[in-house]
Design a protein around this ligand. Sequence first.
Ligand code: BT5
Length: 326
Amino acid sequence: MEKEILKLLKSNKDVYLSGAKISVQLKVSRTAVWKVIKKLKEQGYNIQSVSSKGYRLIENEQRLNNSELALIIEKYDFIDKSFYYDEIDSTNDILKRESKKYDFKNLLAVSSKQTKGKGRLGRVWESDNGLYMSYLLRPDISPIDAPLFTQIGAAAIVETFNEISDIDVKIKWPNDIVINGKKICGILTELNAELNKINYIVLGIGVNLNQVGFSDELESIATSYKIETGKDLKLRDFLEVFLKKFDILLKEFLNEKNIENTLNICRNKSIIIGKEVNIINANNVRKVEVININEKGQLLVINENGEEEAVFYGEVSIRGIDKLYI
Ligand code: BT5
């Protein structure tokens, strides 16, 4: 009912809709309509009520809320339930907690601010004024293939930027989306599995949207959509395009076992193929030449002994020798 009324208000954004009209259209009493409107207002919707005219929705440009997010995900069968937060510790962590309540379900969490945003290996992800989202899924695939979700996420992010802007983002394998050597998005894929069975995967993506600056240590290595274009971007505008792109690539992989389109995007947009890079694993640094991304999404390199070698994700961190990419 909440969703239906919201839909009606949204499709009649600039006009007043009378309570009588809504109640006839949805076949409910006017009191029921009034109660739902009251609830929506409590959730933060800016709904103007004028007694002689009815109700009108004034949209909040930057933020989302639960009902609105529920409307957005309605057309996607790869998400069973969604959660929106103006502020949360970490969208990855909240989904891990929620997953205990919603067994067997695929969940999406979205936030515009994180107080404990995480990068890989316990690093901090600065999370204010961007889009922070996590998707928890329980795919019936081998745990070995789990890192492919990072690539699916990266490819969908590239496609999203391509659709909504002229900025040409690139991928620094496996999980950084960069522009002019500065990071605009990072991906953290966490796996909970037994030896040959995945319990769940959480794919977490942080996109810098409307930040006008970063902390001193990030200033020279981070950028945002706003810094690059001078324009603000609504959370929901990015999210809607992202979900559309992600849906296609995710289904190709899960339903057709086809990862080629994803990997081709990652190859075409790679900033490290053809370059010499340092592979850092614990304290061990090796200089290798990157030749490609193989069909399993691993990095194909010529190692220090001149041999071809596939490098797995998770066990390495890459720093380009070219200081642009550090
Ligand atoms: C990442 O780690 O790039 C993964 C970031 C994943 C964040 C998402 S947000 C939604 C979900 N919930 C979470 O709690 N996390 C995920 P890594 O490759 O380890 O890079 C981390 C490094 O990037 C830091 O050490 C900083 O140098 C830099 N960094 C931190 N915040 C940044 C930001 N907002 N923009 C650009 N660079 C940043």
